[in-house]
Design a protein around this ligand. Sequence first.
Ligand code: NAD
Ligand code: UDP
Ligand code: UDP
Length: 325
Amino acid sequence: MSAVSRRVLVTGGAGFIGSHLCERLLDAGHDVLCVDNYFTGRRTNVEHLLGNPRFEVMRHDVTFPLYVEVDEIYNLACPASPVHYQHDPVQTTKTSVHGAINMLGLAKRLRARILQASTSEVYGDPSVHPQPEGYWGNVNPIGLRSCYDEGKRCAETLFFDYHRQHRLRIKVARIFNTYGPRMHPRDGRVVSNFIMQALAGEPITIYGKGSQTRSFCFVSDLVEALIRLMETPDDVTGPINLGNPVEMSIRELAETVIELTGSRSELVHKPLPHDDPVQRRPDISLARRTIDWEPQVRLRDGLGATITYFAELRRELGLEKGAGQ
Ligand code: NAD
Ligand code: UDP
Ligand code: UDP
């Protein structure tokens, strides 16, 4: 329980990362208001919190104004997987841009601290590796991923302009690939796809050669970093990279998932999506210095917990027949 209890708004609170964040904030003794339009989030992600009198859920789309009274805002509302954010790209940009304006307007009226869930996608297909915060990125402004990348870049611009113009207390976190329990099983992201495919004994779909790299952070590590960042002094604004610097190829990830599930799934290759970044790994020197943080959970342990979650979900959905293990 932290010394001072606060009223905290989490937008996108019924999503994957948001639901873990709500849980941790409640554990720390805060009152939590979860706002979500359930586009990619699910009620079941926060069902276990509903009995807590300090927890409240509101169905609301952040592209519309929101009038509530809180001390702190974590702005996570935005679909995060390419399949979902490309489903309605105009709404994706609106969510990032109008959502940021509304949440910044709310923070301005309340003089509340506000944290933005930005992304490693602001670096695009990076030509600097690993990526430090000072790198401005290599982003296609008109491609299929642009609604997400440019929306998040514009949100960062708005955060810094509200900070300079209205002296808002802002924190910008650039989150790298994060995984764990409560990822949406069909959101098309690589960790959920590979585990669901391995558990079903279906072919594991590697896009392209599988030589592209990513660095995967377990959700509990990420949530710890978000909370530490929110608690930094007012002169700490970020942007700050949050992610796990252990980099691996997508093929290596597929092989690890097969090993950990004991699956007989074979590897198949599918076309590489447009503008798929070739490599990605965070430089987390700034996070180490500023919030004294680095990831603690090893990939194998995090994948183990995620596999257990998806296996249980398959049982609940009656899908366990035909499993590959
Ligand atoms: P998620 O899709 O599980 O969660 C996003 C949540 O936002 C969902 O509950 C969804 O219903 C909600 N939402 C979407 N549009 C909304 C709107 N207009 N109004 C209200 N709610 C809305 O994704 P996640 O992985 O939990 O991502 C959370 C945040 O972290 C996102 O902002 C994402 O861009 C960022 N992020 C995630 C990752 C990652 O690897 N998971 C990496 C970088 C950044
Ligand atoms: N806003 C909100 N809740 C508030 C205050 C503002 O949703 O409590 C929204 C409102 O839609 C407004 C936007 O935030 O348009 C930006 O607010 P700001 O004060 O920066 O600008 P203005 O009100 O002048 O448009
Ligand atoms: N990927 C893959 N097979 C899948 C899903 C994704 O090979 O079934 C690849 C994808 O092309 C990308 C990487 O895995 O190179 C990470 O994809 P994800 O959608 O999880 O995140 P992002 O591309 O946003 O990092």
